[in-house]
Design a protein around this ligand. Structure first.
Ligand code: SF4
Ligand code: SF4
Length: 367
């Protein structure tokens, strides 16, 4: 079996010198070979400032834009909202990177190619940006939790290559978390050959109810490698989690196996108090074969559900616009019968006004 090298390098903060030194160390350890015309693909989930730890820090992109052969492109496609992509670039700090380094900001919402997959007996079609498909991709995820995938790091970050609103619509084809995680696995296998490198911003990370409203915490590393599955597995171990607790890795391992990993660089401490998202307790229970048949029948009742806190809500209507099944009314009430618990509303709310809570049944069954 092939052994994949994954580099873990200490990087205490986002000062440019430290980031540059850490990336140079990673490149020395792994000796990647880069051609020109690379697309840097950060996590630009939401229009947030870098301090909020929702998006990949712009200094990482700035240093890479200076180090890699020209031209360098920067692009990601956030879930569709009424805000312009220029507003995202500005708020996330990527516009400043482009101005300083001559990197070109690109929109991934233009032409796309549709891929067709059969997943557990269901056919699914999904578009991928033609621009992204035409370039070598340098994947730059942020280390965060996610209420459907438990962790979102390298593999899940490629979901941003699906342009805008169809991302939300895909959830309607996979309302069950298990199926969505299976989709993440198969989507990765379609795109993996186009990814030339993965580098995780794990300096300031997010635990709890990520990917946008969890708790920021400090870790202080960059984690990198060619193979996104192995990068994600190393991040899982750093978080003190097991493969069985991260659904897409569990599915990947059972279907395709995970290569041997050799860690190079520094020896990070395992986080003892990393808080997985609220949903992970439910996933753990659903994995229990004794319960699985019964649970499948009541899946919609045993879940994590979004709840709008109207005292905090600023009535920006981003949640209303992003909902793929129109479950949110124009007076911002969620119709539980229509809601498929995709949590797109929770992800896009810029004011942390949407909380996730255990459903009535989950509260009874789970501690
Ligand atoms: S209300 Fe929120 S969680 Fe429910 S379907 Fe709409 S976007 Fe998804
Ligand atoms: S819940 Fe959040 S996204 Fe929805 S209208 Fe209120 S502030 Fe905006």
């Amino acid at each position: 079996m092939i052994t994949e090298k994954i580099a873990i390098v200490r990087c205490f903060d986002y000062s440019k010198d430290k980031i540059r030194n850490a990336i140079e160390k990673i490149f020395n350890l792994l000796q990647p070979d880069f051609s020109s015309g690379i697309l840097l693909k950060p996590n630009m989930l939401s229009a947030r400032s870098p301090e909020q730890s929702v998006t990949t820090h712009p200094i990482v992109l700035e240093v890479l834009s200076e180090m890699l052969p020209r031209p360098v492109y920067i692009g990601d496609s956030p879930p569709n909202t009424q805000k312009s992509i220029e507003y995202y670039w500005e708020t996330c700090g990527y516009k400043e990177v482009a101005v300083k380094t001559d990197a070109e900001l690109v929109k991934l919402e233009g032409k796309s190619t549709v891929f067709n997959l059969g997943i557990a007996g269901r056919n699914v079609s999904f578009p991928v940006s033609d621009f992204a498909l035409s370039k070598p991709i340098f994947n730059l995820p942020k280390f965060k939790t996610h209420n459907i995938t438990v962790l979102t790091v390298a593999m899940k970050n490629l979901y941003g290559l699906i342009p805008g609103y169809p991302k939300g619509l895909l959830h309607t084809q996979f309302p069950e978390p298990e199926m969505f995680n299976h989709f993440v696995v198969e989507m990765y296998r379609v795109l993996e050959k186009r990814v030339v490198f993965n580098l995780v911003d794990a300096i300031e990370i997010m635990d709890g109810n990520g990917p946008a409203s969890g708790s920021k915490r400090y870790y202080g590393y960059l984690i990198a490698g060619k193979n996104a599955v192995c990068v994600d597995l190393v991040c899982t171990v750093c978080a003190g989690l097991k493969i069985s607790q991260v659904p897409f890795l569990r599915i990947y391992e059972s279907l395709y196996g995970i290569p041997e990993i050799e860690i190079v660089g520094d020896s990070p401490e395992i986080m003892k108090d990393f808080r997985p998202p609220s949903s992970s307790a439910i996933f753990k229970m659903q994995n229990n074969l004794v319960f699985s048949k019964a649970l499948r029948k009541i899946a919609n009742q045993l879940n994590i559900i979004p709840v709008i806190n109207h005292n905090v809500c600023m009535k920006c209507f981003e949640c209303y616009r992003v909902c793929p099944v129109k479950a949110i009314s124009n007076d911002l009430k969620i119709d539980r019968k229509k809601c498929i618990n995709c949590l797109c509303c929770f992800e896009v709310c810029p004011h942390r006004a949407i909380e996730v809570k255990k459903s009535f049944l989950a509260k009874i069954i789970l501690p």
